[in-house]
Structure formats: structure tokens, C-alpha cells
Design a binder for this molecule. Structure first.
Ligand SMILES: *Cc1c(COP(=O)(O)O)cnc(C)c1O
Length: 425
């Protein structure tokens, strides 16, 4: 096992003698076989191999293997977006009539997916505060609860999850904990080490890190024992009629069952694939993830400290500040740093926040975070605009919140820009 920095650079793909040094882009929809019988074995999941890139593609598999290694998981898959990853991660083990406990401090798009779209599919979500006590959390479970979902560091409210607390409650009820680790990345936190069973990513953010490709990933720890609650997870533990009666846990073991089912059924049916070319670009981002995360966190720390000491600022939220209620938890779970995103309120509220953003020169206004280039956003008027004020506050997003994603530029250039923009309000 190599160290994580080496896995960023070299993981997932080991070329043989005379083979390409860089992961090859296999830009092919299909794969050729000598006999129909050869291909039939693939269709029945009896042999492993490639036949159609909607199901699997070698480039995507190499990059997924790198992400699995980074998270310390047993298997992983790439998807077309973080939204697809969130959807697949839950829908792979839930159907109409099931229930999920989710943290209320989650990305606005995930909240909408769960509370509106998946509710229409008959899956009910109970949203709980990430601050909830263990006993209150336990009381949110029902006999039909099939999963718990939360974010390591929530976007945009920057709440740090007590992963151990959520894992304990989930495991005491024989259900897996799914954690969206987009903001921390495996460089700063590996949720599986803290008890999470499944990890999801919007690879669009730090993993790509260059604002070049939309993508998602799901990693399975391979540790959740689906057979211990076999009647709850029949999709994994009883025969799948669409694959001649294969039982995923028997054929692929605990290490492979969840990701194989998500690929064989959900990817086959929904087709939310990442293209080989996008996977190649994602892999270029992953090669420098460890170097970039360090700089993102250093810049964010300096900017958060500058803002906190500045009289023109109402409040600052960054888990790396000693004043943060999450400082100690973050030091424990993420000793190397948290993320590059800082949120704050400018004195003067909603309109001062808008003025401040207009005056920025180097920091651009974008619906994006976690990019090499610094950018900022006012969630209440953009990403979270479908939420009522009450829902906003419950998600930890105040109407005056400015979300600043600190890039990897020279921090003095960023500080100067912020300073001049504050002066012009
Ligand atoms: C952006 C984001 C998503 C959604 O990802 P897309 O790639 O935009 O579909 C999910 N979770 C978190 C935490 C995010 O920041």
C-alpha cells in the first residue's frame, strides 16, 4: 500500500511493459468478441470484461480504482455527475415505501433530489440536524429505514459531521451510513476510517479541481454486511431476475456486491455514465489533488483569519478557525485541514453582500466551488433560491451568507482583492 500522495499520482493504473504511461482514453462504445458465447458470459455476469461503455469502460474503471484506493474502499464507480452519484447511492438500496434519515445540512441540489424528486418515487426522507444527540438520532429510525445520508463538510454551511455518531446510530439499526465527501476529499478525511460504509463525490469539485468536467463517484467500503439484514436488502441478497438469478452478495462478496448491482442495474437502466474523455481529465486533476488541497486550505485559513479580524465583516464561518464550533471535531477528523471554502456575512446584510461581490476583480462570481480559481456565490439568491427562509436557516444558510471558494492563487493577491472590494461598499 502506497501513501496517499503516491496513490493520487500513480493509483488505479499500472502499465505493463511497453504500454502507455498515462491512462489510455478508450474512446469506444463497444468491444469486439470472437464468439457469441464469449459475450453471453459477460451478459450473465459470469465473466468480467467490457462489452458496452454504458456499463463499463476501461478508462473509467482505472480512474474509479484510483478513487477507491484514495478512500480505502473495496470498489468504486464513476457517474456523470455528483447528483447521479447521490441518487444511485440511495436508490441502489431503497425502493418505494422505504425511508432514509438524512442530515439537513446538505448541498441544495441533494436536498431537492431527496425531498422532492425521490419523494415522488415513494422514498421518504427525514431530515435531522447534524448536531442532533445520539438518542434523538436513534428515534428518527423506523422499521423501513434503509440508509443514513450526510456530508463530511456541508456545502455551503460548512458543518463538520461527527461521522462516528452517525455511523453508530446507522449500525445500531443495521443500515449503512452514506457520506458525501466532496468538500473534505480523501486527502483531508477518509470517512470509511470513521465508520462510513459508502462514500460519494461530486468529482466536479476538488477532484477535477480545474472547472473542466462534471462528474461523480461512489465508493463502497465493502464492510457493510448486507446479509445480516437480508430481508431489508433483498436486492443484494436474493436472486436478480434480470441477470438469470444472480445473487450479488454470493457472486461478488461484500466487497463487490453493492457497486456491481449499481452498475449492472442502475447504470444499465439510467445510463448516467461519465465519458472516457471526462474520466481522463478527472484523472489529471486527481494527480495533483494532494498538492492543491494543501494550498486551498492554507489560503482559506489566511483569508478566514483576515476576515475574522476585520471590522467590516459581521461573522466568519470556517472550521479551521478556533472560534468555529467545529474546530475540535475538525482537528480530530481532519488534522491536515478541512476545505478551501469560507463563508461569511458582510456588515450591511444582503445588499452589502451583493455590492461586495460586484466589486471583486480576481475572485469571480460563479455557481461553483473547489476550483483552482477563486470564486464566490450568494446562495440565498442562487443555488438555494427554491428554499424558504425557514428551510434556509435549517440548512445553516443565512440570507446574508457569502460563500467564498479560495483557489490556489497567491494569497496576497486574494487578500488585496477582498480588501479593495470591502472598501467600496
Ligand atoms: C456540487 C455538489 C454535488 C452535486 O454535484 P454535481 O457534480 O454538480 O452534480 C453534490 N454534493 C456536494 C457536496 C456538492 O458540492
Amino acid at each position: 500500500m502506497s501513501r496517499i500522495e503516491t496513490t493520487c499520482v500513480q493509483g488505479g493504473y499500472t502499465p505493463g511493459n511497453g504500454e502507455p504511461r498515462q491512462v489510455p482514453i478508450i474512446q469506444s462504445t463497444t468491444f469486439k468478441y470472437d464468439t457469441g458465447e464469449d459475450m453471453a458470459k459477460l451478459f450473465d455476469l459470469e465473466a468480467s470484461g467490457y462489452f458496452y461503455s454504458r456499463l463499463q469502460n476501461p478508462t473509467c474503471d482505472n480512474v474509479a480504482a484510483k478513487i477507491a484506493a484514495l478512500e480505502g474502499g473495496s470498489a468504486a464507480m464513476l457517474l456523470s455527475s455528483g447528483q447521479a452519484a447521490s441518487f444511485f447511492s440511495v436508490f441502489n438500496i431503497c425502493s418505494a415505501g422505504d425511508h432514509v434519515v438524512a442530515s439537513s445540512a446538505i448541498y441544495g441540489g441533494t436536498y431537492n433530489l431527496f425531498a422532492v424528486t425521490m419523494a415522488r418515487m415513494g422514498i421518504e426522507f427525514t431530515f435531522v440536524s447534524p448536531e442532533i444527540s445520539l438518542s434523538e438520532l436513534n428515534s428518527a429510525f423506523r422499521p423501513n429505514t434503509k440508509a443514513v445520508f450526510a456530508e463530511t463538510i456541508s456545502n455551503p454551511s460548512l458543518v463538520v459531521l461527527d461521522i462516528g455518531k452517525f455511523a453508530k446510530a446507522a449500525h445500531d439499526h443495521c443500515v449503512p451510513l452514506i457520506v458525501d465527501n466532496t468538500f473534505a476529499t480523501p486527502i483531508n478525511c477518509r470517512p470509511i476510517e470513521w465508520g462510513a460504509d459508502i462514500v460519494t463525490h461530486s468529482t466536479t469539485k476538488y477532484m477535477d479541481g480545474h472547472g473542466a468536467t462534471i462528474g461523480g463517484a461512489i465508493v463502497d467500503s465493502g464492510r457493510f454486511d448486507w446479509t445480516s439484514a437480508a430481508d431489508k436488502y433483498q436486492g443484494l441478497t436474493s436472486p436478480d431476475p434480470s441477470y438469470h438469478g444472480v445473487v450479488y452478495t454470493e457472486r461478488f462478496g461484500l466487497e463487490g456486491a453493492y457497486i456491481t448491482k449499481a452498475t449492472a442495474q442502475l447504470m444499465r437502466d439510467f445510463g448516467s455514465v461519465q465519458s472516457p474523455h471526462d474520466a481522463f481529465l478527472l484523472n489529471l486533476g486527481l494527480e495533483s489533488l494532494h498538492v492543491r488541497m494543501q494550498r486551498h486550505c492554507e489560503n482559506a485559513q489566511k483569508i478566514a483569519e483576515f476576515l475574522e479580524a476585520d471590522g467590516r465583516i459581521e461573522w466568519v464561518n470556517y472550521p479551521g478557525l478556533k472560534s468555529s464550533p467545529y474546530y475540535e471535531l475538525a482537528c480530530r477528523e481532519m488534522p491536515n485541514g478541512t476545505c478551501g471554502v469560507v463563508s461569511f456575512g458582510v456588515k450591511g446584510g444582503r445588499s452589502a453582500a451583493a455590492d461586495f461581490m460586484k466589486n471583486l476583480r480576481r475572485v469571480a462570481i460563479e455557481t461553483h466551488v473547489a476550483d483552482a480559481r477563486s470564486c464566490c456565490l450568494h446562495p440565498a439568491s442562487t443555488t438555494h433560491r427554491q428554499m424558504t427562509d425557514e428551510e434556509l436557516l435549517r440548512a445553516g444558510v443565512s440570507p446574508d451568507l457569502v460563500r467564498l471558494s479560495c483557489g490556489i492563487e497567491n494569497v496576497d493577491d486574494l487578500l488585496e482583492d477582498i480588501d479593495q472590494a470591502l472598501n467600496k461598499i
